[in-house]
Design a protein around this ligand. Structure first.
Ligand code: SF4
Length: 297
């Protein structure tokens, strides 16, 4: 049996820099409690590791009760709406901003178009933390849609319109949505449609580039074990891509979900995951499988 870890799996650099900032804060802020606002990463294993070295997770409503003189609060990679920064400032809470630079740039772009009076459409999930931040920068005056029907039902074609994407959505669906919306503007404005509709592909390149590598990796293995947190939206998308490339792909959050004895039938097993899946956890799974089947590493 051959067991491989997908070399393109593991944390994206946005998550790496967030975790670096958390670990630095835990090391430097001796005597101070380090909090993170919302789950640091959509992966319970990594969250547990960081909690074991002192990180605590809080929600917005906890701002009032924390000891502001003896704590710092980390803003995670997904970013936050302006109201969070305002509230923290009003309560003198020390923030460490670990918003991914790509998410920050997306927030700035949404704000710029909003300030110029454009109608904003966001392809994404309304309650995803990143989208909550984007809604915040445009005072929630935007359409958040998952498909063309939702966009069509609510669009005001008389307004100049810009389409953005949550960074972790899938590219083919975004491109299709963008074309379909453009067709509506073409029907109304003909050759001038591009003056009225602009499409910004703000899907993270790290995510979109991974897709092709994941497809190749999935096809190369008899069984693919996809490891990710059940709440990871990027995990759900990448898992579906892997499963399409190789129907023999299974999703696990915890190694305990695997029936190890049943894996003996496979000659090659590929281990992969989402942008929030820690490398150390995939390596742990590989070690367990190698021990079980007496494979020399
Ligand atoms: S997936 Fe991309 S946008 Fe999201 S945190 Fe990672 S690097 Fe940043």
């Amino acid at each position: 049996m051959i067991i491989n870890i997908d070399s393109s799996a593991g944390f994206c650099w946005g998550v790496v820099q967030t975790i670096d900032k958390v670990e630095t804060a835990l090391g430097e802020c001796i005597g101070k409690q380090v909090y993170v606002l919302g789950q640091i990463i959509h992966n319970p294993k990594e969250s547990e590791r960081l909690e074991n070295i002192g990180l605590k997770t809080i929600e917005h409503k906890d701002f009032e009760r924390i000891d502001k003189d003896n704590s710092v609060v980390v803003i995670r990679a997904h970013g936050e709406p302006p109201s969070t920064y305002e509230k923290a400032a009003s309560l003198n809470i020390n923030l460490i901003d670990a918003t991914c630079p790509l998410v920050r740039a997306l927030q700035r772009s949404v704000k710029k178009y909003y300030d110029e009076g454009w109608q904003i459409i966001i392809f994404g999930k309304k309650d995803h933390a990143e989208v909550i931040g984007l809604r915040g920068v445009c005072n929630d005056e935007c359409l958040v849609v998952k498909n063309f029907d939702e966009a069509k039902a609510n669009l005001d074609l008389s307004k100049k319109t810009v389409l953005f994407s949550q960074t972790t959505m899938d590219k083919p669906t975004f491109c299709k949505l963008s074309e379909e919306i453009f067709e509506l503007f073409k029907e109304k404005y003909g050759d001038n449609a591009s003056d009225y509709f602009v499409s910004k592909n703000t899907i993270c390149k790290f995510v979109s580039k991974r897709e092709q590598k994941l497809i190749e990796f999935a096809k190369e293995h008899e069984l693919v074990i996809f490891v990710a947190g059940k709440n990871s939206s990027n995990g759900k998308i990448l898992f579906e891509i892997a499963k399409k490339a190789n129907p023999n792909t299974i999703f696990i959050e915890d190694i305990k979900e695997l029936s190890l004895d049943e894996l003996s039938q496979y000659s090659s097993i590929g281990i992969t995951g989402a942008t929030s899946t820690p490398q150390w956890y995939m390596e742990e799974l590989k070690r367990i499988l190698e021990n079980k089947y007496n494979i020399k590493g």
